[in-house]
Design a protein. Structure first.
Length: 437
């Protein structure tokens, strides 16, 4: 099916898109004066006020002041003391910064992001129950001893899926990872096969898992970018798990342990996700943070950072914080269309109606360099001709977002409603019209 420029019926909606972007940009620029929590003024707040600060206000003390990027320039990230990094904006799906993001590296315990995803998926689908008891095998116990990160589940004991998942997430526990893998798939090998099938389904060409816990093994590797993809799926598909990832300490089997994610103790807007270490990979951290958007009453922004190959636990935390702060300060977040809001009406042939509304089930948002939202422009291309029947969710168009003359983002648009086929007479008439064109 070929892609063409929109036909005349779509021209007016496209002009409205450009006008909407311009209006949003001007409104955003005017609203910056209301963003005191993110400005340098926040750092001067009285200590008494700080003691009562909300999480968002507390995060403001971490973030640097606002600044603008010269028109036409792309913000440059700060120097990050790590082998590789990537910063993703979940609302827009954009990569804000990256270095060596596609270089293969041992994922270490950040492997457990995929392990947790499959366990959460099994809980959602009824393959596991939270209260279900799983026997802790000798292999699980031995793996806990080998890696150091464990929740002290004794060999031969039984533990609930809920407790094992807590140990996996909060303690970074290797024994819990193996026990869950065996409990869900019957064996570690079968579970690893599931991990790799899921990686293939997400089109992660470099990621290859050999075990569920992340201990160093030949052929066990991923990249910063692909780890960010796994983290994005985890956050988007199972947001209910974030409070567990934000847990700072947990007692299991009589042993109290603290999370190794130091950002949980420093930045109240951070609520995950996973640390990792191997001798070859050094220290890594996949972190996520949520902070208010440009409009105080609007939706929050969420970023995911991946920092790999840092020299120490302190360094991975510091560099992750630096990257997250930069992402919030260097970019404005602009919502062009609300969830399920029509972007345009695309002509339909042989259908019960002459057109179909296209848009997205999630808000259409973009991150743009600070102060440059007014330069946004959009255009639309669509599949043509478009034939009924159509069902909701079919991708039928592309929204192209430009920042001045620079291509900025291309977003697929889906049908927002069903269009059944027309009757015999309507189909015949449209076939004649198509033949004449």
């Amino acid at each position: 099916m070929s892609v063409h420029a929109p036909r005349r019926p779509c021209a007016a909606p496209e002009r409205r898109v450009r006008g909407r972007a311009l209006t949003l940009g001007l409104a955003l620029a005017l609203s910056q004066g209301l963003l005191a929590p993110w400005s340098a003024m926040a750092a001067q707040a009285a200590p008494a006020a700080a003691a009562k600060a909300s999480p968002a206000q507390a995060a403001a003390r971490v973030a640097p002041g606002l600044f603008s990027v010269p028109e036409g320039a792309t913000p440059q990230p700060p120097e990050i003391a790590a082998r590789a990094f990537v910063l993703q904006d979940l609302g827009s799906g954009q990569t804000l910064a990256a270095r060596n993001a596609d270089v293969a590296i041992e994922p270490a315990s950040m492997t457990k992001l995929m392990t947790a995803y499959l366990v959460l998926q099994a809980l959602r689908d009824g393959q596991l129950k939270a209260e279900q008891l799983i026997k802790v095998s000798d292999r699980a116990w031995q793996t806990g001893l080998a890696g150091g990160s464990r929740s002290f589940f004794a060999a031969g004991s039984q533990a609930s899926v809920e407790d094992l998942l807590k140990g996996l997430v909060v303690h970074n526990a290797n024994d819990a990872a193996v026990a869950l893998a065996e409990g869900l798939a019957g064996s570690v090998e079968a579970f690893v096969a599931r991990m790799n099938r899921q990686a293939q389904a997400w089109v992660l060409p470099t990621t290859q898992f050999v075990n569920p816990e992340g201990l160093a093994a030949r052929g066990h590797h991923s990249t910063a970018r692909e780890l960010s993809v796994i983290a994005t799926h985890l956050v988007n598909d199972f947001p209910q798990a974030l409070p567990l990832y934000a847990t700072k300490e947990l007692t299991l089997n009589g042993v109290k342990q603290h999370s190794r994610n130091l950002l949980l103790f420093r930045d109240p807007t951070v609520d995950g996700l996973q640390t990792g270490y191997t001798e070859a990979a050094n220290y890594g951290l996949v972190a996520t943070s949520h902070r208010p958007g440009a409009v105080p009453s609007g939706p929050e922004r969420r970023l995911i950072s991946v920092v790999l190959g840092a020299a120490s636990p302190e360094t991975r935390a510091n560099e992750s914080q630096k990257l997250l702060n930069w992402g919030y300060s260097a970019f404005d977040w602009v919502t062009l269309f609300a969830a399920n809001q029509p972007v345009a009406a695309a002509p339909v042939w042989k259908g019960s109606q002459a057109s179909v509304n296209v848009g997205r089930v999630r808000p259409i948002s973009v991150a743009v360099p600070k102060g440059q939202a007014s330069r946004l422009q959009t255009s639309l291309t669509r599949n043509a001709p478009l034939f009924a029947p159509l069902v909701p969710g079919q991708t039928v168009a592309i929204l192209h977002v430009m920042l001045g003359t620079q291509p900025w983002q291309s977003l697929p648009l889906q049908t927002l409603e069903a269009v059944p086929s027309a009757g015999w007479l309507g189909r015949t008439w449209d076939a004649i019209r198509l033949g004449i064109q």
